[in-house]
Design a protein around this ligand. Structure first.
Ligand code: GLP
Length: 260
């Protein structure tokens, strides 16, 4: 796990965008896992500013509300179109959200199959909920869970009420990639900002691996980059050792001192 603690969201977005851009330069048809929410906003802005040709990139979103009217501006398909596809110049035909081919009982399995058919997600951008969720895998989700229909936790509905007219308007159900799905991505990049995420970040990165903290599943993945601001990193106890950013330099050999 590589940890970057950066001054602010803009700096975090620049680091994440650099990771994506590096991958796109070597794989122009990269399969990118995109996240919604406020966290990745600066990543998309920094990536758009790179001016890279992203028309061959394929993208799969993490999750989608189920009980939301088609075309609702807060449906994740609308958010992905508005905040990611258009500013980045992605080809809409290469971008998927769960249930975009029909929100029926077979949708989760089809989405899982379509990700696999695309060769799997190469680089997955992730945020984390205050309750430790990743995508919409709420506490209690199996660490091997596949793409599926599930319920939103009460806290997630309250947190996301800011996007809706009232709490009653927040959907109750969703289709989400599972934790097992996310762990199959080749690289994971997790971003988190603000003091309200500090407990979730500490529990996910340094606590026990448990379904009670879905983000703790990241400890099982061999290629994770974590990008935090100082407030989100404040609860980490081992950031200088276990999580120190980048490879730890191999120490120079000690020269044996002559015996007295
Ligand atoms: C949302 C999304 C997650 C997101 C998380 C954090 O509900 N389903 O994919 O990472 O909660 O949201 P935010 O980035 O707005 O803090």
């Amino acid at each position: 796990m590589r940890l970057h603690v950066v001054p602010d969201r803009a700096a975090a977005g620049a680091v994440a965008a650099r990771e994506i851009a590096r991958e796109v330069r070597t794989h122009p048809d990269l399969v990118l896992g995109v996240a919604t929410g406020s966290t990745p906003v600066t990543t998309w802005a920094a990536l758009a500013a790179c001016g890279l040709d992203l028309t061959r990139v394929r993208a799969f979103a993490l999750d989608e509300y189920l009980d939301i009217p088609d075309g609702h501006p807060e449906s994740y398909s609308a958010v992905v179109e508005r905040e990611i596809v258009r500013p980045l110049g992605l080809d809409p035909a290469r971008v998927r959200t769960p249930g975009d081919d029909g929100k029926d009982a077979g949708a989760p399995e089809r989405y899982e199959r379509d990700i696999a058919a695309a060769g799997g997600v190469h680089l997955q951008i992730l945020g984390i909920g205050r309750n430790g969720h990743i995508a919409f895998n709420e506490p209690g989700s199996s660490l091997a869970s596949p793409c599926r229909v599930t319920r939103l936790a009460a806290q997630t509905r309250r947190d996301n009420a800011r996007f809706f007219a009232s709490l009653d308007d927040v959907p109750t159900h969703c289709i989400t990639q599972g934790i097992g799905t996310i762990l199959r991505a080749r690289r994971l990049v997790l971003l988190a900002f603000g003091a309200q995420k500090a407990d979730a970040v500490a529990a996910a990165l340094e606590g026990p691996v448990t379904s009670t903290v879905p983000g703790s599943a990241l400890q099982l993945h061999p290629d994770v980059t974590v990008i935090l601001d100082g407030e989100a990193a404040a609860g980490l106890a081992h950031s200088e050792t276990v999580l120190a950013g980048g490879p730890i330099p191999f120490p120079a050999p000690r020269v044996a001192s002559p015996s007295p």
